[in-house]
Design a protein around this ligand. Sequence first.
Ligand code: AHG
Ligand code: MN
Ligand code: MN
Length: 336
Amino acid sequence: MIESKTLTQFIIEEQRKISGATGEFTLLINDIATSCKAISDGVNHGALADVLGSAGSENVQGETQKKMDVLSNDIMLHVNGRNGHVAAMASEEMDEIAQIPDGVEYGKYLLVFDPLDGSSNMDVNVSVGTIFSVLRAPESMSSPTAEDFLQPGTEQVCAGYALYGPSTMMVLTTGNGVNGFTLDQDIGEFILTHPNMQIPEDTQEFAINMSNQRFWEPPVKRYIDECVQGVEGPRGKDFNMRWVASMVAEVHRILTRGGIFMYPIDEKLKSKGQGGKLRLMYEANPMSMIVEQAGGASTTGRERILDLKPEDIHQRVPVVLGSKNEVERVTRYHQE
Ligand code: AHG
Ligand code: MN
Ligand code: MN
């Protein structure tokens, strides 16, 4: 244990620095942490808890839901909806936004989440995660609509993820740097173990699904082609590659040792009428806030992701994020 500060202590101390803070945000973060502990428990038990395999249903995105997708979504809705800190919630797994239960007061915040990211990894026992984003609810506090969620990423009050890997971690930002907490399973607390996480500006490691190569646009083809040419190519150095197929795991690796992650737009996605693979509100925005707060950069290749004005809660976008100098190079290739 590097520092023995708990997540709750840390958030309370952060909130004390803000005049007029009511403590409601601290309580919301506590609820999110509780839900992630419950999801972590389900993920850890795996086959013992009969949570592997398909749920036999499809989500709004037309993807087959895993049992654990459905369970994680239910946990997020239940734990975060009952205490009066949120006004409504939106999830990758739900067609419409979720209103809070009858009799519960409207809270100040809107909660947006991907309850289980990388869920295709569940059955093969590889890292998965939960991604979340907190926005302000409209002042009126009457039942929010999907429109109220359509705020650019720059408006996020907080963004974070839980990673269910060899250890369970929670990494989050409230716009004042990025901090990582490791779940101590014995006492059930997230402990600050990774203060002030920083992404190195340079890297020799990229993450992209290479099987889509023939569908990519020329700037992405050029960038990856130059990386793959290694010492003999224009970059004059060798690159390494990783692809976990869990964005949470890829972003965590980048926060730990640098790297660039890309899920670009390609011909295959375009032919399906999609603007990308990853979802702006549940994946791209929260991860972009975290990456920028850790000194990295995040773009669609053409625009800064956090500046995009969402048109639909389920909108998809191209994503290029990570070590600043590499992301800037990819952006430059898009301009040339
Ligand atoms: P989800 O499990 O929430 O649908 O997200 C999976 C996402 C992301 O985490 C990952 O980077 C990517 O989809 C994997 O895509 P491929 O299946 O094309 O590798
Ligand atoms: Mn996801
Ligand atoms: Mn998911």
